[in-house]
Design a binder for this molecule. Structure first.
Ligand SMILES: *Cc1c(COP(=O)(O)O)cnc(C)c1O
Length: 401
């Protein structure tokens, strides 16, 4: 996908627009698959919440990916995309037992992350296989917004509660077929991850009917220059060896599962916006674009730094800009960023716009959400139409006043 291709997409479909390159998704999928080729049985479940457009799900399904889902609606989306139930895992947090029962009825793998639901579900449905989400209390990465393994996290059942888990399993006779952990969103240090895996292996020995171990995700991808990226090849090598060794100890060939979201789709996405206004103040040059945190919330929510390029004039002299949006609230995308000289009307391209971008978009300020385009086989395919005023008001009820 070249800058010319992106400009053509913006001119054909209008802006703001998200564009996803299937070639990059495939490259990442194969990279991960390849890193674990020494393990006989590996399943990669794509975390649907990262980017949940049905055409993206269909594409990942065609590559062989299963789906990791966190709501019953995501389960339905995955099924709608043609993914078979046995390749869907349901890993919600804090949902009602009835939602879990609905997912179980649809035939997807259930993953339970608290003791009360485990006990209720096991009592009512002792024959349905259940995976348990464990909190190994290992912090991967330093940002508490995105680390979910630490002691006060709301995710998972603490490893220290193993005796209670075992008592529930014995009392109900339920079938635990998988153990899961998801330590956080960034694996910066492979040794920390392997350390958490050892905790999981120790735990796993307490269950004798397991079929799989799910290591969650947290593969880090680079956003800005100098960012470290998870070395999946090195991790694959180390964890594969250890996993195979463990299966021999356990006495059974288990399936190794991962649930990457960001790793598969982040870098495949570009977000294209147009510069509406260049505003000079006493200290700054603002570039105001036709978007805001209603379309891309990561910079204000997580402080993410998405690279921004001026694809209309890529070779212009570089200047410093603060790139901000057009909604009535602070919506800074980038501060003091060096970008090729901007003029009003130029198209900017944000990188790493595949994961947690469109899927977190809203209609704040009563703006339409962006359109989505899939770049597939060297061709642009519209995969989400632009919204209309009717879409904005269709569920609103104007009462008699
Ligand atoms: C969000 C989530 C993932 C994906 O995390 P990434 O950082 O996008 O790879 C995987 N598993 C679970 C349970 C999640 O909630």
């Amino acid at each position: 996908m070249t800058q010319q291709d992106l400009l053509a997409v913006a001119s054909e479909f209008g802006n703001p627009v998200y564009v996803y390159d299937t070639h990059k998704i495939e490259e990442q999928y194969k990279r991960l698959d390849n890193a674990f080729k020494k393990v006989k049985k590996v399943n990669i479940y794509y975390a649907v919440k990262a980017l949940s457009n049905i055409s993206v799900l269909k594409y990942l399904n065609s590559l062989g990916a299963g789906m990791d889902t966190v709501s019953i609606q995501e389960v339905r989306l995955a099924k709608e995309a043609g993914v078979p139930s046995e390749k869907i895992i349901f890993t919600p947090n804090g949902v009602s037992i009835s939602e879990i029962e609905t997912a179980a009825q649809l035939g997807v793998q259930i993953n339970i992350d608290n003791l009360t639901i485990l006990e209720q579900f096991g009592t009512k449905h002792p024959v349905v296989p259940v995976c348990i989400r464990i909190n190994p209390h290992v912090m991967a990465g330093g940002n508490t917004n995105i680390s979910v393994g630490h002691i006060d996290s709301k995710f998972g059942i603490s490893i220290h509660q193993l005796p209670h888990i075992k008592r529930i399993v014995e009392n109900t006779g339920m079938n635990i077929n998988g153990i899961h952990m998801h330590t956080g969103s960034d694996i910066l240090d492979i040794d920390v991850f392997l350390y958490a895996s050892e905790i999981l292996f120790r735990m796993v020995k307490n269950f004798n009917r397991l079929e799989f171990i799910d290591f969650g995700s947290g593969f880090k991808v680079p956003y800005k220059e100098g960012d470290i990226e998870t070395n999946v090849e090195e991790m694959g090598e180390k964890l594969s060896n250890r996993f195979n060794e463990f299966c021999a100890e356990y006495g059974k060939e288990l399936t190794l599962v991962f649930e990457p979201g960001k790793f598969l789709v982040s870098e495949a996405g570009k977000f294209l916006v147009q510069v509406n206004v260049i505003k000079q103040t006493t200290s700054t040059v603002f570039a105001q674009v036709d978007s805001g945190f209603n379309h891309l919330i990561r910079p204000v929510l997580y402080g993410s730094q998405h690279q921004i390029e001026n694809i209309s004039n890529p070779n212009g002299r570089e200047r410093f800009y603060s790139v901000v949006g057009y909604i009535c609230e602070s919506d800074t995308f980038a501060n003091n960023r060096r970008i090729a000289e901007l003029s009003e009307g130029d198209i900017l391209s944000f990188s790493n716009a595949g994961a947690y971008c469109f899927s977190m978009a809203s209609n704040y300020n009563s703006r339409y959400r962006p359109v989505e385009v899939l770049w597939h086989n060297n061709k642009a395919h519209l995969i989400r139409k632009r919204e209309s005023f009717e879409d904005l008001i269709k569920n609103q009820v104007a009462i008699e006043i």
